[in-house]
Design a protein around this ligand. Structure first.
Ligand code: NAP
Length: 309
């Protein structure tokens, strides 16, 4: 259905950066709408058991954080629509955003589509997805009460997942491809202090074993070349993220890892199109940097509207 209204800004995505942009848009009295694909706002933070580095909200659970951001936007009058963007026409001054159900027109667009989990791409991963292979410990952890699981990765998410699962599972093998973690020191200390987490260094997963469900993983130690099979009931893959930029790659400049190129002003290679949050090229991807992008993007939108319209 074509929406005949011309918005000042259409925001694509309702994670922390999109919600922050919609809050700033309301306060700037811009006519905005935020398109959200998922059934709930919050983006990746929804899958986080605990966020403990966002100022003022210590130890908040990711779900509550998403809800709080959303409620704040709603309180200010932000408009939301559940839909999925399929294609953009951003060559003209008035941009067209074609979605599954609606078509929107806007003077500016903010892309805040975030990122999603990276896959291991080993045999068994796709076949056993949902049958022991998971990318979300907080969503699926409860199914592994008193079971043996592996967590793969060495960043914040892998460490947080291992800590979270240690309270539910009998044993966790934390498998990392190097001999030091990338994740925060405070999380590392916690991991090392938990008895039922065993860290397996310098090791990659070659195959996820199982027929109807996961029964094990086969690994190789990169230093010794030794291969080993671990009998496990589940594997949680936490090896980083890939940007949700696919539908924009024909229109905008992306870097080698497919992040949309923009500086802190959030301006992309196309006038009137801005990018905020994890899908943007940046040094640090955290909730706190995502919400600051939302604010910066709206400031850039205001400047653009003032000069171009
Ligand atoms: P990440 O920081 O990029 O870490 C990914 C980990 O997976 C790295 O240890 C990496 O190994 C490993 N890895 C990557 N590809 C692999 C492969 N093919 N096979 C095996 N291992 C592989 O990702 P993340 O932990 O998902 O975190 C994503 C972003 O969210 C980060 O910026 C993180 O700081 C942020 N985050 C923040 C918080 C928080 O502040 N509370 C919580 C969660 C996430 P190498 O170390 O060898 O590269």
């Amino acid at each position: 259905m074509e929406n005949l209204e011309i918005y000042d800004v259409v925001i694509i995505g309702s994670g922390p950066s999109g919600l922050s942009a919609s809050i700033y848009a309301e306060r700037a009295k811009l006519k905005s709408i935020t398109i959200e694909k998922q059934y709930m706002s919050g983006g990746q933070v929804l899958n986080t058991y605990e966020v403990d580095n966002y100022p003022g909200l210590p130890e908040i659970n990711g779900f509550d954080m998403g809800q709080k951001f959303r409620q704040h936007a709603e309180k200010l009058g932000s408009q939301f629509v559940k839909d999925e963007v399929l294609e953009l026409d951003i060559t003209d001054k008035i941009k067209t955003i074609k979605c599954k159900k609606n078509t929107f027109k806007a003077r500016t667009v903010i892309i805040a589509t975030g990122a999603q989990h990276r896959m291991l791409e080993v045999p068994g991963e796709k076949e056993l997805y949902g049958k022991g292979v998971s990318y979300c410990a907080t969503c699926d952890g409860a199914f592994y009460k008193e079971k043996i699981v592996a967590v793969v990765g060495g960043g914040d998410v892998a460490l947080e997942d291992a800590i979270f699962l240690s309270r539910i599972c009998k044993k966790i093998y934390l498998i990392h491809r190097r001999d030091e973690f990338r994740g925060a020191k405070i999380l590392q200390e916690k991991v090392f202090s938990i008895d039922n987490i065993e860290v397996i260094w310098d090791t990659v997963v070659d195959k996820i074993e199982g027929d109807k469900e996961v029964t094990g993983i086969t690994t190789t130690n990169r230093k010794t070349n030794e291969t080993k099979t671990y009998n496990i009931d589940g594997v949680f893959v936490a090896i980083g993220i890939v940007p949700n930029s696919h539908i924009f790659e024909r229109h905008l400049n992306l870097d080698d890892s497919n992040y949309i190129i923009a500086n802190e002003d959030c301006k992309t290679s196309v006038d009137g199109v801005f990018v905020a949050g994890d899908v943007r090229t940046k040094a640090l991807r955290q909730v706190v940097t995502a919400v600051s992008d939302g604010a910066n993007a709206i400031t850039s939108v205001e400047k653009y509207l003032a000069t171009e319209f």
